[in-house]
Every structure is written in structure tokens, then in C-alpha cells.
Design a protein. Structure first.
Length: 277
């Protein structure tokens, strides 16, 4: 029996399945991490735009006021800073085809924000009670924008395609073990095994990457990224006792995030100062 760890298996497994479908890899801007990219980004962006319009039509949105202005001002500054950075570096701007838009959702119970592929961003009023200031809000928005810039949705969907194909292939190599487990304890068990052992580590890797890139985007936009540690300390306090075990979560723990941020802040401030536009 070959001795191979989980991450190595995923690399070989992903490449093998990808070669059966359509070999395609891309590189994440700035971090230069290689990622699987089977599905065209343009297709994902079209689907996201349609979903976003549907969300807008069904949600209670705040359409005026200082909170909405703050969200839009942060977003606009990041739009300009990110594009200017890639232009200055002589690299292709990953946001050049984005149709940026920002909404503020009137829901104090939801502490969240998200950015759909293509630059469609929603912030919930519940988040503002935790961010408390513009610098902290810029950290969250930078993180969400980073997911779109890094094409994490394309990567996740591409891996999902290879997992769906690969479950059958892996079951052959494992002598039918996945199928037997399904039949014994539940139809989705095989996929659950892959979710826990393979897909979740990619989720945490993407979240960590978005933390790092988001810190850069916030710094480039002129915000004080030292606020990020205080923000996650507040988040940690709010989520106390509610965080799932790391192996069950697609997100790093608050403690790990704070450790990462502390290790990155000085480097980011020096390497990615506010960009002149």
C-alpha cells in the first residue's frame, strides 16, 4: 500500500480527474497559487449576476443613509486601488470585467457580508454592530472582494465536478468501499467522506488566502489594517462556543485567523502601502 497523505492525494486526484475532463489551471493573483479552473469564469459571473438580481428583488435593502454611503465608499476605493495596483505591476486586472454593485441588507440578526463572482457585494446591518468602524469594515469587504478576485467560486465548482466524477473512480481503487459504506449507513456518506477529508481543506485554504489578499486590498486602499486583529477578537468573543471543530469547518478558527493576521500585518504595510491613483 502506498503511503500518501491527504493533500498529496488531492493534488494527484484533482489533476487526474481534470485530465479526464478538460485540463485547465489558472493562477491566483498575488499569491500565485495554482488552482483548478474547469468552468469558464464568464459563465459563473453570468449566473451570479442573475442570482444577485433575484436576491435584490426579494431582500429588504437600505437605500439611503450614512451606513450605505460608507459601504459604497469603501467599495469604490477598493475598486480603484485594486485596478491601479495590477496596472502598476503590469499585470492583467482580474476585476476588469466586474460589474461592481453594493447593497446594504436591513437585517441586524445576520453578521455577514459576501461578494458574488463579478463584484456583486452585500453587507448586512448586523455586521456593522461588530465591525464598529470603517477600518474594520474595510477588512471584511476586502476579504469578500478577495474571494471574487481569486476566482474561488470557479475553483470550488471545478473541484466539485472532479469530486463527482472522482467518487466513482476512487470507489474502484478502494474496492467498492465507498459504495458499501453508503449502502450501510446512508446514501450520501461517500460524498460526506470527501467533503470532510478533501473539500473542507480547500475551503480553509481559500478563506486564509482571502484573509491575506483582503488585508492587502485594504492596505492599498488606505485603511489601517491593524484593526483586523481587534475585529477578529470581537468576532471570536461573539462566536464563543459556537465555532465547530476545525475539521468540520470550511473556515479557519478565529484563533488561527488572529495568529495569521499578526504574522502578516507588518509585511503587508511595508509591501503594499496605499496606492496613488
Amino acid at each position: 500500500m502506498y503511503n500518501i497523505n491527504r493533500r498529496k492525494f488531492l493534488e494527484y486526484f484533482g489533476c487526474g480527474c481534470c485530465s479526464l475532463i478538460l485540463p485547465s489551471c489558472s493562477t491566483v493573483p498575488i499569491t500565485e497559487r495554482k488552482q483548478l479552473s474547469i468552468i469558464p469564469e464568464s459563465r459563473i459571473n453570468r449566473q451570479a449576476a442573475a442570482a444577485y438580481e433575484n436576491f435584490r428583488s426579494k431582500s429588504k435593502l437600505i437605500t439611503t443613509g450614512s451606513q450605505l454611503r460608507e459601504v459604497r465608499e469603501i467599495g469604490k476605493k477598493m475598486e480603484i486601488a485594486v485596478s491601479a495596483f495590477f496596472e502598476k505591476e503590469g499585470k492583467v486586472d482580474p476585476t476588469k470585467n466586474f460589474g461592481w454593485d453594493y447593497v446594504l441588507v436591513d437585517n441586524d440578526k445576520v453578521v455577514n457580508a459576501w461578494c458574488m463572482p463579478g463584484g456583486k457585494i452585500a453587507v448586512y446591518t448586523g455586521l456593522l454592530k461588530v465591525t464598529k468602524n470603517t477600518n474594520a469594515l474595510s477588512i471584511v469587504m476586502g476579504h469578500e472582494i478577495a474571494h471574487a478576485v481569486a476566482r474561488h467560486s470557479v475553483e470550488r465548482m471545478s473541484h466539485a465536478m472532479t469530486i463527482n466524477l472522482g467518487t466513482t473512480v476512487a470507489d474502484i481503487f478502494l474496492g467498492g468501499a465507498i459504495n458499501r459504506t453508503r449502502n450501510t449507513v446512508g446514501q450520501n456518506t461517500g460524498l460526506d467522506i470527501f467533503q470532510l477529508g478533501i473539500m473542507n481543506p480547500f475551503g480553509r485554504k481559500q478563506e486564509t488566502e482571502a484573509d491575506y489578499l483582503g488585508l492587502i486590498f485594504s492596505s492599498l486602499s488606505g485603511y489601517d489594517i491593524r484593526e483586523s486583529v481587534k475585529l477578529w477578537q470581537r468576532m471570536s468573543e461573539k462566536n464563543k462556543g459556537k465555532e465547530p471543530p476545525v475539521f468540520l469547518s470550511t473556515h479557519p478558527s478565529s484563533k488561527k485567523r488572529i495568529e495569521n493576521l499578526n504574522s502578516w500585518i507588518n509585511e503587508v504595510i511595508i509591501k503594499y502601502p496605499p496606492i496613488k491613483t
